[in-house]
Design a protein around this ligand. Structure first.
Ligand code: NAD
Ligand code: DAU
Length: 337
């Protein structure tokens, strides 16, 4: 591959992927298509050499722009999305537009050009799981788990996955899909759980836990997501779905307690706030197919170390998030969160 288009490459996971590709694939040029919504930030691409990437500000729903951009490309890696569950509850419309119409626009263009397409999706399409039982036994999501999304966000992601699958079967689109668990790391928007609490703690505000905090998320460092996506792009079988996860299950309460420890605070120095309507209880990924078939393994599996590095990133890059903090918190205050 000589040139790839990365949609949403100025967002959290997309920009980490662009950095990963520029660092590890010296012959690949990356064209980034990003609408630069509230969640996108051109600064996430600072430091990348100009002869290795370009940022094209624009909408994935703009068919003419997409057609032109794909002219020279060998592959599309599609990260662009409206990505936050809480926002999808207050206004679902951009989720339907970007996640469904945007994905449709991209796969139409990719099939006309006959180029490789990789669709980035989420474990949330499968709905949620019960908590582990007293012996620690529990099920995990696999690529055969039935779709059962709960929120406007996850239902539009599920719909976009189904579009991609249909385009593979009906039109021979050369596509793969990956469904990953919760990412953490640098450049994550401060509306999301971990950076919201880190920036609260930096500001001297108590972390906010939805409901009881027993909800479990399966954390993966965003660098491990990037290496898995590259592996699938190069070696994945067309039409296949790969689940990406690093066995990082933690309850939200455990994550808040870890953050409090790393800030030198007492483990109960947090606030319970209103729960999210329809809040998924537990996510857990079985990534054995990806590991066995493509030989992928996660590297950044020391969660405490990864969180400590992430805290340091937000401390060092206060000018990256500070101007958004008041607005984000004002929005959460409206829903008692
Ligand atoms: P993000 O919200 O941080 O970034 C999304 C990016 O997409 C932003 O740069 C935004 O400007 C861009 N964008 C939005 N609408 C657009 C449009 N119409 N046209 C062009 N660009 C547009 O999201 P993220 O957390 O980095 O998630 C990226 C992808 O990964 C999403 O598809 C999401 O569903 C998926 N995913 C996220 C996680 C997670 O933990 N965050 C886990 C699994 C999968
Ligand atoms: O599982 C993958 C998904 O992970 C991705 O598809 C989504 O794009 C991504 O946003 C993330 O979704 P979640 O809803 O799990 O992430 P969020 O950061 O919003 O919340 C994580 C958990 O923390 C969730 O159980 C809700 C809870 N929470 C969240 C916030 C913002 C709190 O307890 N307090 C908070 O302030």
């Amino acid at each position: 591959m000589r040139e790839i288009v990365v949609t949403g490459g100025a967002g959290f996971i997309g920009s980490n992927f662009v950095h990963y590709v520029v660092k590890n694939q010296p012959d690949v040029f990356v064209a980034i298509l990003d609408k630069l919504t509230y969640a996108g930030n051109a600064r996430n691409l600072e430091g990348l050499p100009n002869d290795r990437h370009k940022l094209v500000p624009g909408d994935i729903c703009d068919a003419e722009l997409v057609d032109n951009l794909l002219e020279k490309a060998d592959a599309v890696v599609h990260y662009a999305a409206e990505s936050h569950n809480d926002n999808s509850l207050s206004d679902p419309s951009p989720f339907v537009q970007t996640n469904l119409v945007g994905t449709y626009t991209l796969i139409e263009a990719a099939r006309k050009k006959g180029i490789r397409f990789h669709h980035i999706s989420t474990d949330e399409v499968y709905g949620d799981l019960p908590l582990r039982d007293a012996d620690g036994n529990s099920e995990s999501f696999t690529d055969t788990t039935p779709y059962n999304p709960s929120s406007p966000y996850s239902s539009t992601k599920a719909g976009s996955d189904l579009l991609v699958r249909a385009w593979v079967r009906s039109f021979g689109l050369k596509a793969t899909i990956s469904n990953c668990s919760n990412n953490y790391g640098p450049y994550q928007h401060i509306e999301k759980f971990i950076p919201r609490q880190i920036t609260n703690l930096i500001c001297g505000v108590r972390p906010k836990l939805y409901g009881s905090g027993e909800n479990v998320r399966d954390w993966i460092h965003t660098n491990d997501h990037s290496s898995a996506v590259w592996k699938i792009l190069e070696e994945g079988r067309i039409g296949e779905t790969y689940l990406i996860g690093a066995d990082g299950e933690k309850s939200n309460k455990e994550v808040i307690e870890l953050l409090l420890k790393l800030f030198g605070k007492s483990p109960d120095d947090f606030e319970h706030v209103n729960d999210r309507p329809g809040h998924d209880l537990r996510y857990a990924i079985d990534s054995s197919k990806l590991r066995a078939e493509l030989g992928w393994t996660p590297e950044f599996t020391d969660f405490e170390k990864g969180v400590e590095e992430t805290i340091n990133w937000y401390k060092t890059n206060e000018d990256w998030w500070r101007s958004q903090k008041a607005e984000v918190e004002a929005k959460y205050a409206l829903s008692g969160q």
